[in-house]
Design a protein around this ligand. Structure first.
Ligand SMILES: Cc1cc2nc3c(=O)[nH]c(=O)nc-3n(C[C@H](O)[C@H](O)[C@H](O)COP(=O)(O)OP(=O)(O)OC[C@H]3O[C@@H](n4cnc5c(N)ncnc54)[C@H](O)[C@@H]3O)c2cc1C
Length: 459
């Protein structure tokens, strides 16, 4: 059996080398996973919140200790503004256009929404945030925020060099255990969409559908896809060598089937001893619980650790809109309660199979974050288990992050960085999320106001 880590190569490979790699990877893909998974096992998890762990998210002193009064007041202004739906609607529509047209608005963005949610424009600028959070036992998931997938091969290769630099840098820092990547930052989105469509038209397991779809690509597309695999492999290899984890983010569902397949292949190569590569499961999708169980069966069969970042999902409106426009059933759960149930069931599944399953609870939902801790405690497992990690986005839910850290959990902030132009899509999602998610802005504002009042000595 051939495994990716045993293959040595350089970037800028020659044609012969390229062809050899292509063949080796294709052989490997054919021997992996082309099997029918065991029948779907249906388990219902009843989780009763009777014995909450002694973790509370109410302590605003811990939550905002790292912020000065001035920073807190800026955050208060920003969250108040984001609470105005009309402002966010207008801002998210015109900001990307104004940036593209070269309007001088970068300064105001840098001082407001960028300062709240982003670590800096360069890798070096993130060090200040990382150092500050490290003082409170909060770790970092470093995210070089390129996404979008409409670049050239040279730009993708340049991006991968930056990712490799991020990994090497993270390895030198005491509190950066993970980096994250969006595959649309290293792959053409039309190609991703084409493979995804072909996969959705095929039947069988994820890998069967993946291989069948690759067969239908043109030679040029096959070569382009090979280069994508090669880029991701380089990244995983570098991460393993440096003891850093790689998280593959989940994006729109019409790109994701090939990303899922590729990430499973990477796990098969790099997660034999330790969880290095993590896939992301969006639990707002109604098929994700079954997918989780299929992935787990494949991991047991292939003897690797299934590593997952669990999220609810950030593209709900777009997913539903596209499904209506194109006339296919929406991939999203019918309501929030179903998403909440699936998210909590997925956490419970991972904890029940913790020896072979590593999970990152990536959420701002207080109940889910507490439930993860409680499930560990019910099983007599330590809060700082090597297969369990919590994470929240930088600039949001500090009450959860810092109180989890205070309770001894392994917890991080997801910290994007990059030039303003590149982080705009991320910032627009944050603005929308803080308007559309029921109660989130109010909750953030309430906590900030409570802390400002406490500092003034009013409470
Ligand atoms: C560290 C970290 C990493 C992340 N990485 C990713 C990523 O790779 N990909 C990604 O897509 N997102 C990612 N997210 C964002 C995440 O998916 C959510 O958008 C965000 O965290 C809000 O969900 P929540 O669990 O915090 O809590 P909540 O506020 O409890 O839940 C809000 C979420 O519930 C779901 N929801 C709301 N209403 C409905 C409804 N009517 N029907 C069905 N579902 C509904 C939506 O997913 C919505 O975002 C990440 C979040 C974090 C904290």
């Amino acid at each position: 059996m051939l495994f990716f880590p045993q293959i040595r190569y350089k970037i800028g490979f020659e044609a012969a080398h390229f062809k050899l790699m292509h063949n080796l990877i294709s052989i490997m893909e054919e021997v992996i996973f082309v099997q029918v998974p065991p029948p779907y096992l249906c388990i219902t998890y009843a989780c009763y919140m009777s014995n909450y762990p002694s973790i509370s998210f109410e302590n605003t002193e811990f939550a905002f200790e790292y912020k000065s009064n001035k920073e807190l007041k800026s955050a208060r202004f920003l969250f108040s503004s984001m609470g105005k739906a009309w402002l966010v609607k207008m801002g998210t529509r015109i900001t990307p256009k104004l940036i593209r047209w070269g309007f001088p608005i970068k300064g105001i963005i840098r001082r407001t929404i960028f300062a709240q949610f982003v670590g800096g424009e360069t890798l070096e600028q993130t060090s200040e945030v990382a150092k500050k959070l490290g003082e409170y036992n909060v770790q970092i998931i470093l995210d070089y925020a390129v996404e979008g997938g409409e670049s050239t091969d040279e730009e993708y290769d340049k991006a991968i060099q930056e990712f490799l630099r991020v990994i090497r840098y993270s390895a030198t820092q005491p509190n950066i255990p993970f980096v994250s990547i969006k595959v649309t930052g290293i792959a053409d989105s039309d190609l991703l969409e084409k493979i995804d469509t072909l996969m959705k038209q095929s039947s069988g397991t994820l890998m069967k559908r993946y291989l069948a779809s690759l067969e239908q690509l043109t030679p040029a597309e096959k070569d382009a896809w090979h280069r994508v695999r090669h880029r991701l492999m380089l990244m995983c290899q570098e991460a393993q060598a440096h003891g850093v984890g790689v998280q593959v983010d989940a994006e729109q569902s019409w790109y994701l089937d090939p990303v899922d397949a590729l990430t499973m292949l990477m796990m098969d190569s790099f997660n034999k001893e330790k969880a290095v590569v993590y896939n992301t499961l969006q639990m707002y999708r109604h098929d994700r619980m079954a997918f989780l169980k299929d992935c787990y069966d494949a991991a047991v069969e292939r003897k690797f650790i299934l590593a997952l970042k669990l999220v609810r999902g950030a593209y709900m409106e777009r997913e539903r809109r596209r499904a209506i426009e194109k006339g296919y059933p929406s991939p999203i759960n019918p309501d929030k309660e179903t998403t909440d149930r699936d998210f909590d069931d997925a956490m419970a599944f991972c904890i029940d199979h913790i020896d072979n399953c590593a999970m990152i609870v990536a959420s701002h939902n207080e109940k889910s974050n507490l439930l993860a801790a409680q499930l560990l405690q019910q099983k007599g497992l330590p809060l700082k288990h090597p297969h369990v990690h919590w994470s929240q986005l930088y600039g949001m839910s500090d009450n959860i992050t810092f109180n989890l850290a205070h309770a001894g959990c392994s917890v991080s902030k997801y910290l994007p960085f990059g030039p303003i132009r590149d982080v705009i899509p991320y910032l627009m999602r944050r603005a929308q999320e803080n308007t559309s998610v029921k109660g989130q802005t109010g909750r953030e504002l309430g906590l900030i106001k409570k802390e400002l009042a406490r500092r003034k000595g009013k409470v």
